[in-house]
Design a protein around this ligand. Structure first.
Ligand SMILES: Nc1ncnc2c1ncn2[C@@H]1O[C@H](COP(=O)(O)OP(=O)(O)OP(=O)(O)O)[C@@H](O)[C@H]1O
Ligand SMILES: [Mg+2]
Length: 396
């Protein structure tokens, strides 16, 4: 590349002050909303601070509802306050999708306490021993956030949780490890042993999706840091918040704005305009959609596949629910599943609608009974069909 082109590009005006502020790993100065949830966590972990008593919680909620950021902000604040009160608490956040084996997780802990300790060739039990010994001899407590724990347990089973909660007692020592489990789907706790399961069930924090007003506040908190003054009008913030509120997903809102900003820059605009948001939406959508679809239950996937296929074949905007039900039965047969009763199918339909994946409307005049019509408003049905087929064949 010639230096002239490079210089020209680097001199180009931009709407951003610092786009990184909108990226998922940026930790905001404070959490907007979720006050009740923060208070709840403080109450549950209070005995750790006052008496060094271990506590375990599980934070659950759909994509982008702030599970990770809540755990990190809480953990770091707790660590600081505890230290001020003479209790040595170390907060460690581990993403189990990145550190996906027991060895990798213990290795992280060992490294935290002594980066010079060799840990590569050692068995996991030995690593845990080293951590427990360190905590004991230095009178420290570990507050460990295990993020994406559902993913980890699905792959590795429940051994990690068992070891972390019982190892100290089994060695006749005081427990010094408290956990914050983080998961999208709490279903994995069925795999845990009874005592751990009941701890998690009793200390479960469910985060619901954000509404448009809340998303607006989350965006506004970062606007001044991320963009130059006047680069994003209030109506654009509202537009982004409205779109993301369909999923309650804050990550989606911030990513949409990040992309819209880059599209504005590429087109030489001094401000982010509604058209840039529209264009960004079509870029961000597939990822968000893929994640949302992965989360669906088997019969929700089967039903969605039936709808996508019907729409593809008919080439029309809507298909009737009666026709969808027939197509659903065929799809069930193809995948060796027993079709659900009509009331259950209707429930699946409602969930798909509430996630914004399908749109259900009364079918209007000309059709018998309480028939409704279904559409998939803004994603390619051909793409959708392929994605679900891939997911369903993986599940078999
Ligand atoms: N209440 C909030 N205040 C400020 N920022 C927030 C809030 N909730 C979420 N965010 C931001 O939204 C993005 C998504 O949040 P986060 O990563 O915590 O979601 P998550 O629930 O962990 O999602 P996933 O299930 O995909 O891991 C992050 O950039 C986070 O900082
Ligand atoms: Mg997360």
């Amino acid at each position: 590349m010639s230096s002239k082109i490079l210089e020209e590009e680097l001199r180009r005006p931009t709407v951003f002050r610092d786009p990184n502020v909108l990226l998922p790993d940026y930790i905001p100065p404070s959490i907007v909303h979720r006050e009740e949830e923060q208070r709840w966590l403080a109450r549950v972990y209070r005995p750790l601070l006052t008496h060094g008593t271990c506590q375990h919680t599980l934070i659950v909620g759909e994509i982008g509802v702030g599970k990770t950021v809540l755990a990190i902000k809480f953990g770091t604040a707790f660590e600081e306050i505890a230290r001020g009160k003479g209790r040595n608490v170390d907060f460690v956040h581990i993403n189990c999708r990145l550190d996906k084996t027991i060895h990798a997780i213990y290795g992280k802990l060992v490294q935290k306490y002594n980066p010079r300790w060799p840990y590569h060739g050692l068995p996991p039990e030995k690593l845990l021993d080293m951590v427990l010994m360190y905590l004991e001899t230095h009178d420290r407590y570990l507050l460990l956030a295990l993020d994406e724990l559902d993913y980890f347990i699905k792959i590795n089973g429940s051994e990690l949780i068992y070891a972390l909660t019982r190892a100290a007692e089994e060695r006749g020592k005081k427990s010094r490890i408290s956990m914050i489990g983080i998961a999208r789907d709490p279903g994995f706790i069925d795999k845990l042993d009874q005592p751990t399961r009941s701890t998690f069930i009793h200390n479960m924090l469910r985060l619901s999706g954000y509404n448009a007003e809340e998303l607006k506040d989350i965006i506004n908190q970062r606007l001044e840091l991320a963009f130059k003054p006047g680069a994003v009008a209030e109506e654009v913030v509202e537009m982004v918040a409205e779109i993301a509120a369909r999923y309650g997903n804050a990550r989606f809102a911030l990513e949409l704005l990040w992309r819209a900003g880059h599209i504005a820059d590429a087109s030489g605009s001094k401000a982010v305009l509604p058209e840039h948001v529209r264009e960004a939406k079509s870029d961000v959508y597939p990822e968000v959609r893929r994640e949302a679809i992965e989360q669906l239950g088997v019969h929700e996937k089967l039903l969605l596949l039936a709808i996508a296929r019907k729409l593809k074949i008919s080439g029309s905007v809507y298909v009737l629910t009666g026709d969808v039900r027939e197509s659903y039965k065929v799809v069930c047969e193809e995948y060796g599943e027993k079709p659900k009763a009509p009331s259950k199918v209707w429930e699946c339909m409602r969930r798909l609608a509430s996630l914004g994946i399908i749109d259900v409307k009364p079918s209007g005049a000309g059709h018998r009974g309480r028939s409704s019509k279904v559409s998939i408003p803004d994603v390619s049905v051909i793409w959708l069909e392929k994605e679900i087929e891939k997911l369903l064949s993986k599940q078999r």
